[in-house]
Design a protein around this ligand. Structure first.
Ligand SMILES: *[C@@H]1O[C@H](CO)[C@@H](O)[C@H](O)[C@H]1NC(C)=O
Ligand SMILES: *[C@@H]1O[C@H](CO)[C@@H](O)[C@H](O)[C@H]1NC(C)=O
Ligand SMILES: *[C@@H]1O[C@H](CO)[C@@H](O)[C@H](O)[C@H]1NC(C)=O
Ligand SMILES: *[C@@H]1O[C@H](CO)[C@@H](O)[C@H](O)[C@H]1NC(C)=O
Ligand SMILES: *[C@@H]1O[C@H](CO)[C@@H](O)[C@H](O)[C@H]1NC(C)=O
Length: 489
């Protein structure tokens, strides 16, 4: 009996084992099937991007985590936050943000603008600034005394009229309630930028400006400026014609005079030929060339020209009485018997003056000049002025920079003081559109008339600037010698 029962027991054990084996097999098969199904589901999700809510929620917790990291140095992918089903059977979807499409802030320059005020010029993500509330805080940390720091909210100006692209121009004005570092003791200006995304609570702090002890002398903010006129050029880009740049430079160096300075921004347009014609003026101290080619990484309007003019405004704000903003195919002109100085002195009650252009034909020349035009200067040979009426034309402007806080390309909207819109009776500019990047002689059509209609546009003969050509050429020769005489188109 005992044996029997033992046998029975053995059999029972055997049966249990067999049963267990069958159980195991079943389990294994189901597991295998489950895995297959999970893999198929994963596969479908990855390839067809099928969103099968129920299946993924059922299986996502059971499927083994995929080891996507390859043996090489490929970084670990961001983990996936899954959706979930709430107690109310609501599918709460998850949003998985990765990376950032535009930098929060790209600083180009930061400048002190007084005993307690600074301007920080840079780019910010355009949609962020247009549709959200990114903010800036400014902190002044005195040298050697981190406990003595002062923090304020900076206010931002967006000076590009919505012309931005991925990026828009941002001028952050940091004005402290009391003087900071005004005794020259040194310190750091730290800016904290936020996206305005409350869930993120992210703040990027960066050093905007470092002032070494003894490096600041605030008398410059109240002293008369070093220059009468300063030219802030916008981004130079493309295959520019060196001869045209030479002519423009000589003309304006003569017009602006000894107490003037030209700041030129090279966004890729200053190739060796252009450098040749600028070099004599750089050596004379008339021109500062800024290499801004790196800005091309950050997509803003027309090679970031709004960024460049704002940087120039704040960088040189206390160095000139008047600042000019126009292009290298434009020539400023004041009436005979006046000088730039007499005109601007008469307008010194205004912070800003804007003036209209005289558009010149970029291809009509005189028959009498045919054959000579390849050797003539642009304002010598293009002598037909477009007189079509009722056309809105771009304007250019000059400002007294100490009263401007930000600027644009055609005018500044952030000034203290008055603006004169119609200064063209006293000052204007001739515009030779399309000539600066043309490498051949612009004269394409030769005519004899003093008035004519060409391609539907009325023109008149206008030799105003042509008459100045001789004196400009003599001025160039006298000032920098004959080294540019053989410049090519
Ligand atoms: C993933 O694979 C890599 C290389 O094949 C290995 O070094 C790593 O330990 C694996 N990670 C996990 C979580 O298994
Ligand atoms: C900042 O704004 C204030 C008030 O408009 C102004 O007085 C100050 O000059 C500005 N600072 C700079 C650096 O532009
Ligand atoms: C800053 O303040 C802390 C605490 O108030 C103090 O311990 C520290 O010595 C201070 N540092 C300086 C440089 O004054
Ligand atoms: C600051 O500059 C002015 C001239 O602009 C000069 O007279 C003065 O001595 C300078 N101050 C210091 C502390 O260097
Ligand atoms: C312009 O005048 C010259 C003579 O002065 C003549 O030879 C030429 O044909 C004229 N050109 C045109 C386009 O009328």
């Amino acid at each position: 009996m005992a044996r029997d029962s033992e046998k029975a027991g053995e059999r029972n054990v055997l049966v249990r084992v067999v049963w267990n084996c069958t159980d195991m097999k079943f389990l294994l098969i189901s597991l295998f099937l489950l895995c297959c199904l999970a893999t198929v589901v994963q596969f479908l999700r990855y390839t067809l991007r099928l969103s099968s809510t129920d299946l993924t929620t059922t299986f996502s917790s059971q499927s083994p985590p995929l080891n996507l990291s390859s043996p090489s140095s490929v970084p670990t992918p961001h983990p996936l936050k899954n959706e979930e089903i709430t107690a109310d059977s609501v599918v709460r979807r998850a949003f998985n943000p990765v990376g950032s499409a535009a930098y929060l802030f790209v600083q180009m320059g930061a400048y002190r603008g007084g005993k307690n005020t600074f301007a920080v010029i840079g780019l910010g993500s355009k949609p962020l600034h247009v549709f959200a509330n990114p903010a800036f805080r400014c902190e002044w940390v005195p040298y050697g005394d981190p406990n003595g720091s002062v923090t304020i909210t900076g206010y931002k100006i967006l000076p590009d009229w919505g012309y931005g692209r991925v990026y828009t121009v941002v001028v952050v004005n940091c004005t402290f309630p009391t003087d900071v570092g005004a005794d020259g003791s040194g310190g750091l200006l730290i800016v904290a930028a936020t996206t305005g995304d409350t869930a993120l609570d992210m703040e990027e702090r960066f050093v905007a400006l470092e002032e070494a002890p003894g490096s600041v002398n605030v008398t410059v903010f109240s002293s008369p400026p070093q220059y009468d006129y300063l030219y802030c050029g916008s981004s130079l880009y493309g295959n520019l014609n060196p001869q045209r740049v030479r002519e423009w430079m000589a003309y304006h160096a003569k017009l602006f005079g000894e107490k003037s300075h030209f700041v030129i921004h090279d966004a890729g347009g200053v190739h060796p030929g252009v450098m040749e014609v600028l070099r004599p003026w750089i050596e004379k101290g008339f021109v500062t060339l800024q290499d801004i080619r790196e800005q091309e990484r950050f997509d803003g309007y027309y090679h970031n020209q709004f960024l460049v003019v704002n940087d120039c405004l704040h960088r040189y704000r206390f160095m000139a009485k008047w600042m000019f903003f126009f292009d290298c195919d434009e020539f400023i002109y004041v009436q005979p018997k006046t000088t730039l100085k007499s005109v601007l002195d008469s307008l010194s009650g205004y912070t800003q003056i804007t003036f209209e252009q005289m558009p010149m034909s970029g291809k009509l020349c005189r028959s009498q000049d045919a054959g000579d035009t390849p050797r003539m200067w642009v304002f010598e040979k293009l002598v037909y002025r477009d007189v079509k009426r009722g056309v809105r034309r771009d304007r250019k402007y000059a400002i007294q920079p100490r009263n401007a806080f930000a600027t644009g390309v055609h005018l500044s909207q952030n000034i203290a003081g008055r603006s004169l819109r119609k200064a063209e009776s006293r000052i204007t500019y001739f515009h030779y559109h399309g000539t600066i990047a043309e490498r051949s002689d612009p004269c394409k059509v030769f005519v004899n008339d003093t008035t004519l209609t060409f391609e539907g546009t009325p023109y008149v003969l206008d030799t105003t600037l042509q008459q100045l050509a001789g004196s400009v050429k003599r001025f160039e020769l006298k000032t920098i010698g004959s080294r540019l005489q053989r410049t090519r188109q």
